[in-house]
Write a new protein. Structure first.
Length: 205
């Protein structure tokens, strides 16, 4: 650990396989937060990490509507509640690992520069939730993954690390996404470990 003694939180809302790999690497994670009950939360509990469930349905999220169509969701209140949890736990670095809620600008007033995201494409290409399908449909022969600082603008913050992944002729979205995740799992765990030890500095904002 460096002088700063970072405290790491990981945010999940899906299958949690990136988190699972972090656990097998014994990454010191102080807190795992999920926005809904999901496998990622169970992975965290099995790994004996501290967990919090912050259900976005408590803030007007409607599970029967599309991800992009949530008129009743109070994004700002959800973002403030998340920031409060991180503040109360003294978290200094937060890593989204398949976390599917876009945070309000108000979140970044406190967390500018210390929220990381991993995105399954070579940004700035293919932002958004259809990144893998978009790369496949565009006929790319190489795609990849990007670890970046999250900002108010979706999938657009400063890049921390990238890695290429080949697209095979027989790929489906599922096979390509799984191949990307095989690269993401060790890469994200390694980058986070380097940040925690101070070997890697985050880009300044
Ligand atoms: C990863 O592909 C990551 O790039 C994206 O969400 C996926 C998370 O996978 N943001 P999992 O839930 O850890 O299996």
């Amino acid at each position: 650990m460096n002088q700063k003694q970072h405290k790491l939180a990981v945010l999940v809302s899906g299958s949690g396989t990136l988190l699972e790999h972090m656990a097998t690497e014994h990454l010191p994670i102080n807190l795992v937060i999920a926005e809904k009950p999901c496998r990622g939360l169970e992975v965290a509990k099995s790994a004996k990490y501290q967990t919090e469930l912050l259900p976005r349905t408590n803030f007007g999220w409607d599970n029967s509507r599309k991800w992009s169509d949530q008129p009743r969701f109070d994004r700002a209140k959800f973002s403030i509640a998340l920031a409060d949890i991180l503040n109360n736990r003294g978290i200094t670095i937060t890593a989204m690992a398949g976390f599917m809620t876009i945070l309000s600008p108000i979140f970044f007033e406190t967390y500018r520069g210390t929220l990381l995201n991993i995105h399954p494409a070579l940004l700035p290409k293919y932002k958004g939730e259809r990144a893998v399908a978009d790369a496949l449909e565009a006929g790319e022969t190489v795609t990849g993954t990007t670890i970046h600082i999250a900002t108010e603008e979706l999938d657009a913050g400063p890049i921390v690390e990238q890695a290429e992944v080949p697209v095979l002729p027989e790929d489906t979205v599922a096979t390509l996404h799984e191949r990307i995740k095989q690269t993401e799992r060790p890469l994200y765990a390694q980058v986070l470990a380097e940040i925690l030890t101070g070997e890697r500095q985050l880009p300044s904002q």
